[in-house]
Design a protein around this ligand. Structure first.
Ligand code: PLP
Length: 414
């Protein structure tokens, strides 16, 4: 009965499958005896889910009707959208980006932002450009819309951003279809933890300026993990200055989410935030994406948007949240330091990590074998095509100590 375009759809979510396996092992052998590095959410040192207290208190105290009622518009509550602009671009964004046009549309998490962008900026049969190490949903969303994808190598031979490959592939797509939609998940890329340097962003800016002469460029900057950048709030956003004054046919869309930033994964609150030198481009952005919101999910959780704007517009509360969050950012740095130090000592490979929820151990064609063998030792990771993703966001320090040695032992065994 399925439509032709849906006949072969079947989702095997690698993350959710292995999360279930790890859960089963914990029930059987006890939490302490299982290393569960699969879960992409923040957990404390007792391996318990973290929900920031500042956030949950505000949410629980919202009036019932502010949670239960419909939102006031399809594109999102205006106060919420204003707060999104302030959080992404800085409180002073009006002054800082005074020559740019900025607009935003609320979406169900970053997922909604990515999927709306793919849907509205490429036609069926066209290609988008995504990294070879990636959040797998980019592929699923493309497939859903009949859109193809080309992969750029995220890393060059030195473990830095592969600017040459990105540029060459982007240029080829522009030559083929007159435009390119490219996704860069930065800072704190999932699954590797890579963040581009300022020099790398500067090079991309120069490329965008030069290449815009050949066709339109839509850069989708997925910033789901930006608040976990070890460079801090300001440092993590410095690269955005390179988005000022770009040619009118270059559009930057940020995929913003409160899932990680507020530890509110299930509330499904996020946004697309567009930045351009052309008013027509941001007007078109608003018009088309608002339409998609109406047709695809109608509107976003009123309580979720209110929660966000109540906190962001109250400096005392927002500072309290940042303080709470930063303690976990510090904890994650400690976890990363443990893993990286021991991985070096053991000589196991690692993708360049600069911050965020995940570290990836690249193992090429042996990945699956090693990942499955580790499961026999009660060590659960997400098995990607070419590497194992270790969710340091959820593994306590005491379990990270010794983990690289255990991985090494299994690598040597298979
Ligand atoms: N982008 C990346 C890279 C992610 O890892 C995720 C979630 O895991 C998202 C976006 C979107 O998450 P959400 O839809 O919960 O905001």
């Amino acid at each position: 009965m399925l439509a032709n375009h849906s006949k072969d759809k079947s989702i095997v979510d690698k993350v959710f499958t292995v999360v279930a396996k790890a859960k089963e092992a914990k029930e059987k052998f006890g939490q302490e005896n299982v290393i569960d590095a699969t879960i992409g959410v923040l957990c404390n040192e007792d391996a318990q889910f973290v929900n920031f207290k500042t956030v949950s208190e505000v949410y629980k105290n919202l009036p019932d009707n502010e949670i239960a009622a419909y939102a006031s518009s399809f594109s999102g509550d205006p106060k919420y959208l204003e707060c999104v602009k302030e959080v992404v671009l800085g409180k002073n964004y009006g002054e800082e980006f005074k020559d740019s046009f900025i607009d935003a549309v609320a979406t169900p998490g970053g997922s909604g932002a990515v999927s709306n962008t793919i849907w509205n900026y490429v036609d069926k049969g066209e290609k988008i450009l995504i990294p070879d190490w990636m959040w797998e949903s980019y592929k699923i969303m493309s497939e859903e819309f009949g859109v193809k994808y080309e992969l750029y190598s995220l890393f060059d031979e030195n473990g830095a951003f592969n600017t040459a490959d990105f540029e060459q592939k982007a240029e080829k797509i522009i030559e083929e279809q007159g435009k390119v939609l490219a996704i860069i998940n930065d800072p704190c890329h999932n699954p590797t933890g890579y963040s581009l340097s300022m020099d790398e962003w500067k090079e991309l800016r120069d490329f965008f300026i030069k290449t815009a002469l050949k066709g339109d460029i839509i850069l989708l900057n997925d910033i789901a993990y930006i608040d976990y950048d070890f460079r801090g709030e300001k440092g993590a956003r410095e690269y955005m200055e390179y988005f000022k004054g770009l040619p009118e046919n270059v559009l930057v869309i940020f995929a913003f989410s409160i899932s990680k930033a507020f530890t509110e994964y299930g509330l499904r609150v996020g946004a697309q935030l567009a930045l351009s030198s052309s008013k027509k481009v941001t007007d078109d952005f608003k018009r088309a994406n608002e339409f998609s919101c109406r047709s695809r999910w109608s509107n976003i959780s009123r309580g979720g948007m209110r929660l966000f704007s109540d906190i962001v517009s109250n400096p005392e509360l927002f500072d309290k949240l940042k303080k709470e969050r930063n303690e976990y950012v510090g904890l994650m740095k400690e976890r990363a330091d443990i893993f990286i130090k021991e991985a070096k000592e053991e000589g196991i490979p690692m993708c360049t990590y600069r911050g965020g929820f995940f570290i990836t151990v690249p193992l090429g064609d042996d990945t699956e074998k090693i990942g499955l063998e580790l499961q026999k030792e009660n060590i659960f990771t997400v098995i990607l095509e070419k590497g194992l993703r270790i969710a340091i966001c959820s593994v306590p320090k005491r379990q990270l100590h010794g983990l690289p040695a255990k991985i090494k032992m299994v690598i040597d065994r298979v």
